[in-house]
Design a protein around this ligand. Structure first.
Ligand code: SF4
Ligand code: SF4
Length: 390
């Protein structure tokens, strides 16, 4: 029997049974559809936004099936996270279609805009934001992140920060945030000190070698009133390229939730089965013995996850954006999302065969990655036409 169909029926049943049970929390956000399921999932307050969110939210990034979004919405999840760049805009369009006509108070949308520093950065940022709003068919979004930051100077880049503050003043955005998957502690500390940000979205997983430092920054963020959202909790989904060692999804999520300074997590589930697994984990967030054993055996094994330490960049005579390339590698070989990997590569504007001038690779990676080999593997993807990819 088709597992997706089984789960789909289950969700339809759940949402029909809970049709009248719309729970309203003190912030005015209304949980959609299914009060029964929502009651099973612990909630935490997202910092100064005062929004009480279930510890499980949805990273929509790789999802291309409205039915999975519907199932998540009907199960009580109400924070949906997308980005301007995901699926070339189709991800935002899909969410816009799904939420068209739905009660605006029944969901929270977070989107992200990436923009390099430089002349006209603020106007390009605003232009991208307006495109995102059209795709989402919204007058406003709850959270707008300045996306993929890795340096305090980026967090404080005043043209973009001022443009974001104006969007907030104009009511186009309720809360401002930064997202980071590299050098996270410094980025989070800079966001706290900047004073304009309300939420941080950070990589957070059991393989991070700098997790003690990250925890300190998260604790400081929470004490300063910021909301904290965890991403990349699955550390690539697999510990190896060959897919012989799958990450234990429930253990990975529960590991993040054990940290009281994480308010919600946005795993990127793409099927009913994966959603169900995440919901089960959220409903029973205490770690089982088996999950503890997985974490003990897998933590500190870097697998496909780049730590984002950036120690490689200065070693490379070509100054290649190696951490971003390694992220693309993880998207392709871990998450099996070649389209996302290709989009990530294209944003980097790489030259053909970026390692062509080197006879041997001069980089020693803190995670033991064979960098040149991985670069040669992943950069081929830039030239594959989209219609060959999923
Ligand atoms: S040295 Fe290795 S782990 Fe650190 S950022 Fe570079 S690729 Fe990632
Ligand atoms: S081979 Fe290594 S050192 Fe040379 S450009 Fe590629 S990553 Fe940099």
């Amino acid at each position: 029997m088709n597992l997706n169909l089984v789960n789909r029926r289950k969700f339809i049943r759940l949402s029909a049974a809970a049709g009248a049970a719309i729970a309203v929390n003190p912030t005015g956000i209304q949980a959609a559809g299914n009060g029964t399921r929502k009651a099973e999932i612990p909630e935490r307050v997202l910092g100064k936004t005062n929004i009480k969110v279930p510890i499980l939210s949805m990273g929509v990034m790789r999802a291309d099936n409205q039915a999975v979004v519907r199932a998540a919405y009907n199960s009580g999840i109400f924070l949906f996270d997308t980005a301007h760049g995901y699926q070339n805009g189709k991800n935002e369009e899909m969410l816009g279609e799904f939420f068209k006509g739905k009660k605006r108070e029944s969901f929270i949308l977070a989107t992200k805009v990436k923009e390099n520093q430089g002349n006209a950065a603020a106007s390009r940022f605003i232009e991208k934001f307006e495109i995102s709003m059209k795709r989402l068919k919204m007058d406003y979004v709850e959270i707008l992140y300045y996306h993929a930051l890795s340096r305090p100077e980026e967090v404080n880049f005043s043209p973009v920060v001022e443009a974001m503050v104006k969007l907030k003043k104009d009511g186009r955005v309720k809360y401002l945030g930064v997202s980071t998957h590299s050098n996270e502690p410094d980025v989070i500390n800079a966001a706290i000190d900047n004073g304009n940000y309300d939420v941080v979205l950070t990589s957070c997983n059991f393989t991070q070698s700098h997790r003690a430092e990250l925890n300190k920054a998260l604790e400081r963020a929470v004490n300063a009133g910021l909301g904290t959202v965890a991403m990349k909790t699955m550390a690539g989904g697999y510990l190896d390229k060959e897919h012989t060692r799958k990450v234990n999804v429930k253990a990975a999520l529960k590991w993040a939730w054990q940290n009281p300074h994480i308010h919600t997590a946005i795993p990127g589930f793409t099927s009913f089965a994966e959603l169900e697994e995440c919901l089960d984990a959220a409903a029973h967030p205490e770690l089982s013995e088996e999950e503890k054993a997985f974490l003990a055996s897998a933590s500190c094994k870097h697998g496909l996850y780049c730590q984002g330490c950036k120690s490689c960049i200065a070693q490379c005579p070509e100054n290649l954006p190696i951490p971003d390339m390694m992220r693309a590698y993880m998207y392709n070989y871990g998450y099996k999302s070649p389209m996302l990997a290709k989009d990530t590569l294209l944003e980097l504007n790489l030259q053909d065969n970026p390692c062509r001038k080197c006879v041997s690779c001069k980089v020693t990676c803190a995670s033991g990655f064979r960098i040149a080999e991985k670069i040669s593997d992943i950069t081929r993807l830039q030239y594959v036409p989209d219609d060959f990819l999923v």
